[in-house]
Design a binder for this molecule. Structure first.
Ligand code: NDP
Length: 290
């Protein structure tokens, strides 16, 4: 069994981007604009981590923080301003948004050329057609992990658990594309799937993104399976100074001994998400001629 070390792969990827960045003769750094609405302690933590990573690797990261009461129209106008601002290369909106603001409207207002989260229908469409596109960060990060560890995917049965717009759905498309990583026979499971273990027991690769703590147990997988655990859950743990620990959608202790490769939580998929966000921002910056 081999642990997939997302922390070290993400550092490797970011160091490589940073080197390429230094070799470019441009008069400004890649610039990521992060929009946040209202107060959410978890979102603030994620946003701070993104800005810190930007700074560490020579990017500029700016937080545009709006009050909970901002109208949808005003928010869309602000996004339009960032679309038009030539010194911004990437725009992301930290979810969730307040209920009075349509997530779809917001995503569709971001210019597809600056949509470094890869959520715009234009980028999703290009991804589905296997055209060059900005890939959603978490699925993009999983592809980077599979590549880094040279994990064979062609002809394998890949079971993706979850069909959300940000993880499960794009992941199932990517694993079925005619490319590497890809060329899998893909089964996409969701909350209405009956007899989940029938699918997982027949999987060569499992990508678990159900948002259910330790849903996948050792008796649900076969020997030699590759396991990518996307889930992140905080559970109380008196033995930790913080009072909690992080677990995934996979019961690590029972699944790991049967796996050929497995991502831990934390330190697996999580660090890759930020790395791909910066990779996407670097790519849009390279395309911009200003
Ligand atoms: P969502 O809640 O949006 O989607 C969960 C999906 O899982 C849904 O499609 C749902 O089905 C399906 N599902 C729920 N329960 C079951 C079940 N018992 N069996 C099979 N399928 C089930 O979650 P996200 O995709 O946003 O995130 C998934 C997990 O990944 C979360 O723990 C999240 O915190 C984590 N995450 C981690 C990231 C990282 O960087 N590491 C980034 C993004 C997310 P249905 O469609 O029928 O409701």
């Amino acid at each position: 069994m081999k642990i997939i070390d997302g922390k070290s792969v993400s550092e490797h990827l970011l160091a490589d981007i940073s080197l390429k960045l230094q070799s470019q003769k441009k008069n400004r750094s890649p610039h990521l604009a992060i929009i946040m609405v209202g107060k959410h302690p978890a979102s603030e933590t994620y946003v701070n981590a993104k800005i810190k990573t930007c700074e560490k690797y020579g990017f500029k990261g700016t937080l545009y923080h709006f009050p909970e009461t901002i109208t949808e129209k005003k928010l869309l106008d602000e996004i339009q301003k960032l679309n038009d601002y030539h010194e911004v290369d990437g725009i992301i909106v930290q979810l969730p948004l307040p209920k009075h603001i349509s997530e779809n409207q917001v995503i569709e207002t971001i210019s597809p050329q600056k949509d470094v989260d890869g959520f715009h229908p234009v980028n999703i469409g290009k991804m589905a057609k296997n055209l060059p596109a900005l890939l959603p960060a978490t699925p993009g990060g999983i592809l980077e992990l599979l590549k880094f560890y040279q994990i064979e995917t062609a002809g394998k049965h890949c079971v993706v658990i979850g069909r959300s717009n940000i993880v499960g759905f794009p992941m199932s498309i990517l694993m079925g594309r005619n490319s590497y990583p890809g060329n899998c026979t893909v089964t996409m499971c969701h909350s209405k799937t009956q007899n989940l273990e029938f699918y997982t027991q027949n999987a060569d690769i499992i990508i678990a993104a159900a948002g259910q703590p330790e849903l996948i147990k050792g008796n649900m997988v076969k020997e030699g399976v590759v396991v990518i655990d996307v889930g992140i859950h905080r559970v109380p743990d008196k033995t930790k100074k913080s009072g909690f620990k992080l677990i995934g959608d996979v019961e690590f202790d029972t699944v790991a001994p049967k796996s050929s490769f497995i991502t831990p939580v934390p330190g697996g998929v999580g660090p890759m998400t930020i790395a791909v966000l910066l990779k996407n921002t670097f790519e849009t910056w390279l395309q911009s001629n200003k």
